[in-house]
Write a protein that binds this ligand. Structure first.
Ligand SMILES: Cc1cc2nc3c(=O)[nH]c(=O)nc-3n(C[C@H](O)[C@H](O)[C@H](O)COP(=O)(O)O)c2cc1C
Length: 170
């Protein structure tokens, strides 16, 4: 089964998460392509799609939003999973953090089967006025491989159970 993992990332942290998701799915036996959302192919060539996005000021990355909007019809036809990154603390590993409002809407639009929020990353040397200020207090890497693996195992179980038929019938 072929899976596309695509993402919107400003500073590389979410790109790294997308690769962790891909590694997790490959370990489960799937054939996975990873591509930034600004360059990714249409979903049609794949049997499932994962779209991730960095959250900035409570909004999903614009590339992720655009990809989902542009391909909403195709995404409704295949199993779709969304993820967001992320909190700059350990909150995402302690409790389930719901998607921001815009992502809730995109889950409805695509009929997405699952969403996860993963911890984010902000490097001390981050560029950009606000990011640079934030990094003085909040720099760190809160991405958790185990949390990502648990999520990809759930996706794998869904797909093996033939989730396509159940989810996308309408
Ligand atoms: C200016 C700025 C605003 C941010 N706003 C949020 C936010 O609203 N919610 C959140 O969970 N994380 C927020 N973050 C944290 C980022 O989502 C986190 O650093 C993420 O890993 C960035 O992903 P990227 O490296 O792929 O761009 C913000 C970070 C910056 C620098």
């Amino acid at each position: 089964m072929t899976i596309l993992v695509t993402y919107g990332s400003e500073r590389g942290g979410t790109a790294g998460l997308a690769n962790m998701v891909a590694d997790g799915l490959r370990a489960e036996g799937f054939v996975v392509t990873v591509s930034p959302a600004s360059l990714a192919e249409a979903p049609d060539a794949y049997e499932a799609v994962v779209v991730g996005g960095a959250v900035y000021a409570m909004r999903w990355h614009a590339d992720s939003r655009r990809y989902v909007r542009r391909h909403a019809t195709a995404l409704r036809r295949c199993p779709t999973y969304l993820f967001s990154s992320g909190p700059l603390d350990d909150s995402a590993t302690k409790k389930e953090i719901p998607p921001v409002k815009g992502v809730v809407h995109l889950m409805e639009v695509t009929g997405a089967r699952r969403h996860a929020t993963f911890g984010g990353r902000l490097l001390p040397e981050s560029r950009g006025l606000i990011a640079h200020q934030m990094a003085k207090k909040l720099s760190g890497d809160w991405r958790d491989t185990n949390q990502v693996r648990e999520w990809t195992a759930k996706i794998a179980a869904d797909l093996r159970a033939g989730g396509q038929e159940q989810q996308k019938a309408g």
